[in-house]
Design a protein around this ligand. Structure first.
Ligand code: FES
Length: 213
């Protein structure tokens, strides 16, 4: 978890600045309202959309998201600061997320992380000088049976060995997947089922999940 420290004596945003969120992006966020009981519940998918669109979530975008969802900007900041997934400053074109949980650690994840740091020449939550890669660690990536794992953007790499690191970094397609997980948020309102990246149908509606049990 990372906490954001704010200097309250200085305005975080220019009140006269033009909107940072495009009309299309705002509409995309609003299109999710029918799928949730409250506008506040749209906060997480909205943050994903904005980060996908802008690369990170600047202060002004937080204010604009709060306005759309009719919540306080501090609610947006609280959520962003809880999840390391969200960035408040620009990140590299590709974000490498190394798993730091127990299955991966016991299967050599620490050595893989060290090799990543060595080859990239950066530490955690840093970006290479050419802007190509940023490096972070996260808890379990849900691939324990193929540990150690790492993500490059939304692509999961399994059973990664130290000797694989150079090849993976050099591969231009190391983040290519058939469908971005974030695209799942584009499912039309009322369509509670969507195709998962695995090609399987996933159910996002809790009531429907319970009914199918
Ligand atoms: S512990 Fe690494 S993917 Fe689960």
């Amino acid at each position: 978890m990372s906490w954001i420290t704010v200097n309250r004596n200085e305005p975080a945003i220019d009140p006269n600045a033009p909107p940072i969120l495009s009309a299309a992006l705002c509409e995309k966020i609003r299109s999710l309202f029918p799928r949730y009981d409250t506008k506040r519940a749209v906060l997480l998918p909205a943050l994903h959309m904005v980060q996908d669109g802008l690369g990170h979530i600047p202060w002004q975008a937080m204010k604009e998201i709060a306005d759309i969802l009719e919540i306080h900007p501090s609610d947006v900041i609280d959520t962003i600061s809880f999840y390391t997934h969200f960035w408040t400053h620009p990140k590299g074109m590709k974000v490498i997320t190394a798993c730091r949980s127990v299955s991966c650690e016991t299967m050599g994840g620490v050595a893989v992380l060290l090799e990543l740091k060595k080859q990239l020449g950066i530490g955690e939550h840093e970006t290479t000088p050419d802007g190509r890669f940023s490096l972070v660690t996260e808890e379990c990536l849900a691939g324990c049976d193929h540990a150690p794992c790492l993500l490059i953007n939304e692509k999961l790499h399994r059973c990664v060995k130290v000797e694989d690191v150079g090849r993976i970094l050099a591969d231009d397609n190391n983040d290519r997947i058939s469908q971005k997980r974030s695209d799942l948020f584009d499912a039309p309102a009322g369509d509670s089922k969507s195709k998962d990246v695995s090609g399987l149908e996933s159910t996002s509606d809790v009531a429907e999940m319970k009914a199918s049990e």
